[in-house]
Design a protein. Structure first.
Length: 297
């Protein structure tokens, strides 16, 4: 039985901003957020002591929204991601510089390769060397990789030795824990940021609200929610307690669609962790664990 720590600092929470620029998430009924709502979220996050904001040029207007709304100096460490390398490493560098300009900052905390496949292609070594150059120039404090479980993140870690990795790990998606990769990456001294801890809101959807490709996961999801309820918790508390209990990770990145949702997150994070057998709650459904396949299925 794993109960997590008795105190989980809010500073371990990072704010994802996909919803600032896109209609993102299967459970998101609000679409792209109005800037007034984004401003309220940022103000609440800063006041609560959340230490990191995660974004990307691929998140629509998110970087520009941050540039208009972030206080100066920013109270957050800012993490963004690379453009695809198909147009060459010069284009990747130009996009990274553009990201800083849009956010209105001279320096970012970290630049992550957004598509791990870019590192494995013919331009991969040149791409990584260019990121190193941007770091040496002082534009970013650290460089890293955002990867999916199916992309062999441990192999990427061993080959490129990033300083930061962003990985999808959640109560439902425990693959990188089950195969030992998360622990081995942490043992290499790499800072780990967990993302997709709500699996795009899948844990919160009622069985009759599941997208058609996920109907087969419905019975298992219902049993998971029932087990959580029997422990006196709700899915939000359980998902947060699980992610925040992972000692391998320094940051848990999550997105919200309103300031009210963020207040609920902060309250749930402060609640005593439920007594649950985390490993018994993992989901084994290939399509459900890969949101990119939902639309294609």
């Amino acid at each position: 039985m794993s109960q997590g720590p008795t105190r989980r600092p809010v500073s371990k929470l990072g704010l994802g901003t996909a919803q600032f620029g896109l209609d993102y998430g299967v459970s998101n009924r609000r679409g792209r957020l109005p800037e007034a709502e984004c401003a309220a979220i940022l103000q609440l996050a800063a006041g609560a002591g959340m230490g990191l904001v995660d974004t990307a040029a691929q998140y629509g207007q998110a970087e520009s929204v941050l540039g208009r709304l972030l206080p100066k100096p920013s109270p957050f460490r800012l993490v963004t991601k690379t453009a695809r390398v198909a147009d060459g490493v010069d284009a990747v560098e130009a996009a990274a510089r553009g990201s800083l300009q849009r956010m209105g900052v001279e320096r970012g905390d970290a630049l992550l390769v957004h598509a791990a496949a870019d590192l494995l292609g013919p331009q991969g070594p040149a791409l990584w060397d260019r990121l190193k150059r941007l770091k040496d120039e002082g534009l970013f404090d650290r460089i890293g990789i955002s990867a999916y479980a199916a992309e062999d993140p441990l192999g990427l870690a061993r080959r490129f030795k990033p300083e930061v990795m962003q990985l999808p790990v959640s109560l439902l998606d425990q693959r990188l824990i089950q195969d030992g990769a998360l622990a081995e990456i942490a043992a290499l001294g790499i800072e780990i940021h967990l993302r997709s801890i709500f699996l795009q809101g899948l844990l919160f959807l009622p069985r009759d609200g599941l997208p058609e490709p996920l109907a087969g996961a419905g019975p298992r999801l219902s049993r998971i929610r029932r087990t959580i309820a029997e422990a006196g918790a709700d899915p939000l508390q359980a998902a947060l307690a699980f992610a925040l209990s992972r000692e391998e990770a320094s940051t848990v990145v999550l997105g919200v669609t309103s300031a009210a949702e963020l207040r609920a997150v902060l309250a749930a994070a402060a609640a005593p962790p439920p007594k649950l057998d985390w490993a018994a709650l993992a989901l084994d459904h290939a399509i459900a664990l890969d949101p990119h396949r939902w639309a294609a299925a």
